[in-house]
Ligand binder design. Structure first.
Ligand SMILES: [Zn+2]
Length: 95
């Protein structure tokens, strides 16, 4: 008997363990993602105004970047703290 060449593909490879859902973890990671996106946007803008020689705009963006960088530190800190205290994501992130 000839069997078809279709292999059964399991949706979750056995090497990937399912990570339990945690709403707080989702919230914190979403927050970090928004801030990182903001940083990308500001950095791109910074490069543009720098290249155009608009140093006044550069200074303003520099200030904004500083603020967003500290937000990023805070949100990453909150995420690490949550992971340390809650252990909801196993050993995904350490340090
Ligand atoms: Zn959690």
């Amino acid at each position: 008997m000839f069997s078809a060449g279709l292999r059964t593909v399991s949706p979750l490879p056995s090497s990937e363990r399912a990570i339990p859902k945690c709403p707080e973890y989702d919230r914190l990671t979403a927050c970090v993602q928004v801030i990182l996106g903001h940083l990308v946007h500001l950095t791109t803008r910074h490069l543009e105004v720098f290249q155009s020689g608009d140093y006044g705009a550069c200074r303003r963006l520099d200030k904004q970047l500083e603020r967003v960088m500290s937000e990023q530190e805070r949100s990453l800190g909150a995420l690490r703290k949550h992971l340390k205290e809650h252990h909801c994501q196993g050993r995904k992130i350490s340090g």
